[in-house]
Write a protein that binds this ligand. Structure first.
Ligand code: IVH
Length: 677
């Protein structure tokens, strides 16, 4: 090191740049590796810009490992690494109309005398993904990683219903499409509501949840999240025909290949037209199923992309415009308590109604007491509200400067506000619970949940009707539904003859719902829809499931120790057993009436055979299991000496090994289909 260097390394500019790099690296780690950012994108961008400006003013400060010289997000260890055929770059961000004008001016400086049409499309706030299709078949999926190398997440990507495993139409031989995997706002809302209810920490936003989901090692739990995707660009492209000439044509081509795209794309030829499109998009973006934090402006003609080139980090032919996050000021009138299905007490902010991000907000969950203390939220405060993931209203800040001393701190009740039972706090959980399973609020929530779409799916039995019936003292647990009589309902308000008839018919029809729906509806701790399907498939009847030991439960793939213990304990609770007997008397299907247990056709090809399914198939395992059952076969969760066949999809693991050891016949999907012909 020369003396000169030494001097530079102690200069305030150098130290400042070092500090910024350290902070940026820290926030990159939180964002990319842990999917748990601590600062907003805007704050991150501000740090980043400060560094860029400092480096621009003092180029000697630029180090090769500066974050300005690379795309964020180092690859992780758990997944195989994939080198992108063409690096996945990032985009420069702007926040103002002036910068859009500068961008358009620069394009014209770089390509003098050329016409430069542009497209404007939503900037989807998801996780960047590259899919490789070879001869129309999805062969590989990778995350961006550091831009050069990413995680191979093909198995997880295959669980996303909107991503075709085969392209349709006229596709190039080799095609690498790029897009964004996202968690639909609705799914985000559902997942968080469930987590909140279970006293688990809620996810911050759909983007983090999607990123976290893709990093799960078990594709089945990825499937459960309900991810989706849109595509907007390409990396490698080998075609017999020429490349599409424009972004717009590429957008159309994506659709013909069966790949989901952004719902709308605008065109413009001047900065003012670009701004007009940005405003139009801004007005409708909250209606999209994904979150958008901006608009992406791209040069439409693909031939011009190469002429414009890119910097080490981002192309010169595109730029992202970021919208101001939408927040609103309002008054916190009160904090009330909601009691959930499992007794969790959730504090709820009662707000002066205010319009934000597309709709009026009057209530917001505050999750738990710790959250209120952390924010130092007091009743009567002025607060800022935002929508997490564009859907869930959240109180993000307290305007303490507005306080006049009349604000009151919130105290978590020591007794359930609905039934008066003492509340308890489980060690290690932030949630506080009402310990009385007969609490009227819990009972209502459980009945609503039982009747809901993903459970027993009883039409007409929503929140309002459940409340009404509970208030009329007609419902104390879900089994009471099956004892309801027309003469009890007719005297109630808004219960005409027709609606009573429909409601009773819907309730009666639910008796023959398949077992998995009943299992999902009962509210067994840790058992959601996917687990319910798995359990129904593995055990066949409620009684077999109820009798299963924790070891037997855990032998089912996808059932871990926590779930196994919870299920086992739940079926040994006296109240639960009493409820189950009432449901049996009411005549509910406990699995005996499911198609898999119907007496198989005498000529069922698979009669007398027992199957275990493993690995990834081109159809879902549930579908494969159904095909087997229809032919008279049985499907079991674990390989044993009784197993006749193991149907092994791609990347089968321990079950395949075990089957080989036991000498069980192993069939791949092709052989399986052959057998069914
Ligand atoms: S085009 C060379 N279009 O935003 C990069 N990107 O902040 C071209 N993104 O890396 C990207 N929506 O992951 C493009 N409609 C869209 C987008 C989009 C979201 C992501 C993408 C990109 C990041 C930059």
């Amino acid at each position: 090191m020369t003396e000169d260097d030494l001097f530079t390394r102690q200069s305030p500019e150098f130290l400042k740049a070092e500090e910024l790099r350290r902070q940026i690296a820290h926030h990159d780690r939180l964002y990319y590796d842990q999917a748990k950012p601590e600062i907003t994108d805007r704050e991150y961008d501000a740090l980043y810009r400060e560094l860029v400006e400092l480096e621009r003013a003092y180029p000697e400060l630029i180090l090769s490992d500066s974050p300005t010289q690379k795309v964020g997000g180092r690859p992780q260890g758990a997944f195989a690494q994939v080198r992108h055929l063409v690096p996945m770059q990032s985009l420069d961000n702007t926040y103002s109309e002036e910068e859009i004008t500068e961008f358009v001016d620069r394009l014209h400086r770089l390509l003098p005398d050329a016409e430069i049409p542009m497209t404007i499309e939503p900037k989807v706030d998801g996780v960047a993904i590259a899919l490789l299709y070879e001869k129309g078949r999805l062969t590989r999926a990778a995350t961006r990683g550091d831009g050069t190398t990413g995680d191979e997440v093909t198995r997880n990507i295959r669980t996303i219903a909107v991503i075709p495993s085969l392209l349709s139409g006229d596709f190039p031989d080799v095609l690498e499409v790029r897009g964004e995997v996202y968690l639909p706002k609705e799914a985000f809302q559902r997942i968080n509501a469930e987590r909140d209810e279970q006293g688990l920490p809620v996810f911050a936003n759909p983007r983090n949840t999607a990123a976290g989901s893709l990093k799960q090692l078990d594709p089945n739990s990825v499937a459960e999240r309900g991810l989706s995707a849109v595509f907007y660009g390409f990396g490698a492209f080998e075609a017999s025909e020429a490349l599409p000439a424009t972004q717009k044509e590429f957008f159309e081509a994506l659709k013909t290949w069966g790949l989901p795209t952004n719902p709308q794309i605008w065109t413009a030829s001047s900065a003012s037209e670009v701004m007009a499109a940005i405003r139009e998009l801004g007005a409708i973006r909250h209606d999209f199923p994904f979150e958008t934090d901006g608009a992406v402006i791209k040069v439409d003609k693909i031939a011009q992309h190469a002429r414009l080139g890119s910097t080490s980090k981002a192309p010169r032919w595109a730029i992202a415009y970021k919208y101001e996050p939408e927040q609103a000021r309002t008054r916190l009138h009160d904090i009330t308590i909601q009691v959930g299905r499992s007794g969790v007490l959730t504090p709820v902010a009662e707000l002066e109604p205010v319009f934000v991000a597309g709709s009026t907000v009057a209530r917001a969950t505050l999750h738990n007491e710790e959250e209120i203390v952390r924010k130092d939220l007091r009743i009567g405060d002025w607060v800022l509200v935002e929508k997490a993931g564009d859907v869930i209203p959240a109180v993000v800040a307290v305007l303490t400067a507005e306080r006049d001393g009349s604000e009151r701190p919130f105290v978590m009740p020591t007794h359930c506000p609905v039934c008066g039972a003492v509340v308890t706090r489980t060690e290690g959980e932030v949630a506080v619970r009402c310990g009385n399973p007969r609490c009227a609020a819990q009972v209502r929530r459980r009945i609503e949940y039982f009747a809901s779409r993903n459970a027993m799916d009883i039409a007409g039995l929503g929140e309002a009707v459940v409340s009404q019936l509970a208030e009329a003292d007609l419902l104390h647990d879900v089994s009471d539904l099956y004892a309801l009589k027309a003469e009890q309902l007719l005297p109630l308000e808004r219960m005409g003859e027709k609606s009573v008839e429909n409601l009773l018919a819907a309730i009666a029809a639910s008796k023959v719902q398949p077992l998995w729906r009943l299992l999902a509806a009962l509210g067994i701790p840790h058992v959601g829809v996917t687990a319910a399907r798995t359990l129904a498939g593995a055990f066949g009847t409620l009684d077999r499931l109820a009798a299963a030991s924790p070891e037997e439960l855990q032998s089912v793939e996808e059932v871990g120790e926590i779930m196994a213990t919870a299920i086992h304990a739940w079926f040994r609770d006296a109240e639960v057993l009493a409820l189950i007997e009432k449901l049996r008397e009411a005549g509910l299907n406990f699995g005996e009436r499911d198609p898999q247990d119907a007496v198989p056709a005498a000529d069922g090809k698979l009669r007398g055979t027992t199957w275990v399914l493993t690995g990834t198939l081109s159809i879902s395992r549930e579908e494969a299991a159904e095909m087997i059952r229809l032919q008279g076969g049985k499907v079991s969760g674990s390989v044993s000496a009784k197993t006749t066949y193991l149907l092994a999809g791609e990347e089968a693991g321990s079950k395949l090994e075990k089957a080989r050891k036991l000498g069980v016949t192993v069939l791949d999907e092709a052989a399986f289909r052959q057998l069914l012909l």
